[in-house]
Design a protein around this ligand. Structure first.
Ligand SMILES: [Zn+2]
Length: 484
């Protein structure tokens, strides 16, 4: 039996997230920001770094930066200053990147996460800073040679640096999802990890629980999805622990995540780290950020998800999981509220959006804006169901068909011949037919007090009507017929 207690370690995680801003033009020139254009077609002397070319600051990018900063509860700097970050890389034509070093646009913010910390308080992660910079181009490695596409060079980025406040890979995962959700409300970026408009690097160290001093840190790069961030952190925490427990020494380094092998490998150690020799960008003067500008941006912010969630719970009395799900996707929550304006039945409409609408979105891997469905059509469908013109099963069939064709609910129901006709005579005749057919069996059973037999008879009538009836209404009618 081991007698010594094992040291319990606590991970310390901080994330750096790069967000590409969805401006029309680049950070310091008029070239278009566009994904997928022919290589090197969106360039000019400024973003190619040709001698003598002078940069100019994109006002929209600064405004998007302020928007992000305010949404993350940051302070906004009183002046804008840019700095040169010097390093050499083939996709960096100038030999330096224009960034912000000692005076970031946004600082001292925080992001509240929908989870609780150990003391039961809502978990809050500090936002140390968020600064503007330009993106580099792209190196494309092909069969022994490397091609460079400079279309992306000069695209505006904001780097959001979170504080070392996350204590598990799961918290890091929640942080990223919450950050992405909140940014999606601002309309400032595509936020696509696939297209590279959202990128993340993770810093991680471990320390004995209770110790204040940070342990030796690793920075992990090449993380192409939030899932990879979580896996890489899990791996790295285990690795740190193993090194410490086996008496080894950790060295501060930058590591690459290999998703296929499920491991990180060292890219460079601290000793090899580049000295960026930051200095103020001489081609750009500093300029003031008037408080009126900041306040007008603040006024233009939408209702943010935390507030919207509380409103959905209070006003619409939704289940927490449904409210959280809807609020997680601004466009879907907007769709839901548009439908509510047409039909004031919050829980009923939510059930459809969380249920069938979501199923369609998942099946098609689409967003609500890509789905051929209007709030009007959904409300029309719910109306047909409520009026007894469709039943629960046919309503789903009609819903699927109307989304497929992009048509209204009534139109789709007619096309599929699913509308329940209120022809009482025909219905009565059908009921009589079934009673006659099963008089010695189910009907006799029902008369003998077997309630289950009624369900069987309902099923028979439904079959004859090809599903175009409401089973709930059929039951009493059949029962009355037998008993009468
Ligand atoms: Zn350009």
């Amino acid at each position: 039996m081991p007698t010594a207690t094992k040291t319990e370690f606590e991970p310390v995680i901080g994330l750096e997230v790069h967000v590409q801003l969805k401006t029309a033009s680049k950070m310091f020139c008029g070239c278009a920001v566009q994904f997928g254009a022919p290589a090197n077609s969106l360039t000019c002397p400024v973003c190619l770094g040709l001698p003598g070319a002078l940069p100019m600051v994109n006002r929209q990018a600064v405004e998007y930066g302020i928007r992000i900063g305010l949404a993350l509860n940051c302070q906004i700097a009183h002046r804008i200053k840019f700095d040169r970050k010097n390093y050499f890389y083939p996709d960096l034509p100038k030999g330096y990147q224009i960034s912000q070093f000692d005076e970031p646009l946004c600082f001292d913010g925080e992001l509240q996460l929908p989870i609780h910390d150990e003391s039961g308080q809502p978990k809050v992660c500090r936002i140390t800073r968020a600064h503007l910079e330009e993106d580099a181009g792209k190196s494309i490695h092909m069969e022994g040679s490397t091609l460079v596409d400079l279309n992306r060079a000069g695209t505006p980025l904001i780097e959001i640096v979170g504080g070392p406040d996350l204590r598990s890979p799961e918290e890091a995962y929640v942080y990223l999802n919450t950050l992405k959700r909140n940014l999606s409300y601002l309309g400032v970026s595509d936020l696509s990890m696939e297209k590279g408009s959202l990128r993340c690097d993770a810093n991680v160290s471990i320390r004995p629980r209770g110790q204040q001093k940070f342990g030796v840190r690793s920075e992990i790069k090449n993380l192409n999805s939030f899932r990879m961030v979580r896996s890489a952190l899990e791996f790295e925490i285990r690795r740190h622990q193993q090194v410490i427990e086996s008496g080894g020494t950790l060295t501060q380094d930058t590591r690459l995540w290999d998703d296929e092998k499920g491991e990180t490998r060292s890219m460079r150690s601290k000793e090899e780290a580049t000295d960026y020799r930051f200095f103020p960008e001489p081609d750009l003067a500093t300029f003031d950020v008037p408080r009126e500008w900041v306040e007008s941006v603040r006024l233009s912010l939408p209702e943010m998800p935390e507030k919207r969630l509380l409103r959905f719970l209070d006003d619409y009395k939704l289940a927490e999981a449904d409210a959280e799900y809807l609020v997680g996707d601004k466009a879907l929550a907007d769709f839901y509220e548009s439908a509510l304006k047409l039909l004031d039945e919050p829980r009923k409409v939510a059930a459809w959006v969380v249920g069938e609408v979501t199923r369609e979105l998942n099946d098609r891997n689409a967003s609500i804006s890509e789905l051929k469905l209007t709030p009007e059509a959904l409300v029309e469908l719910i109306g047909l169901l409520d009026a007894g013109k469709l039943n629960n099963i046919t309503a789903k069939e009609v819903f699927h068909a109307m989304v497929e064709a992009g048509e209204g609910a009534l139109q789709a129901a007619r096309r599929l011949n699913k509308l329940i006709e209120q022809d009482e005579g025909a219905l009565s005749a059908m009921i009589d037919e079934v009673i006659e057919e099963f008089k010695d069996r189910a009907v006799a059973d029902f008369k003998a007090g077997e309630e289950k037999a009624l369900g069987f008879l309902i099923g028979q009538v439904m079959r004859k009507l090809k599903g175009k009836a409401n089973p709930k209404e059929l039951g009493p009618k059949i029962a009355a017929r037998i008993n009468g």
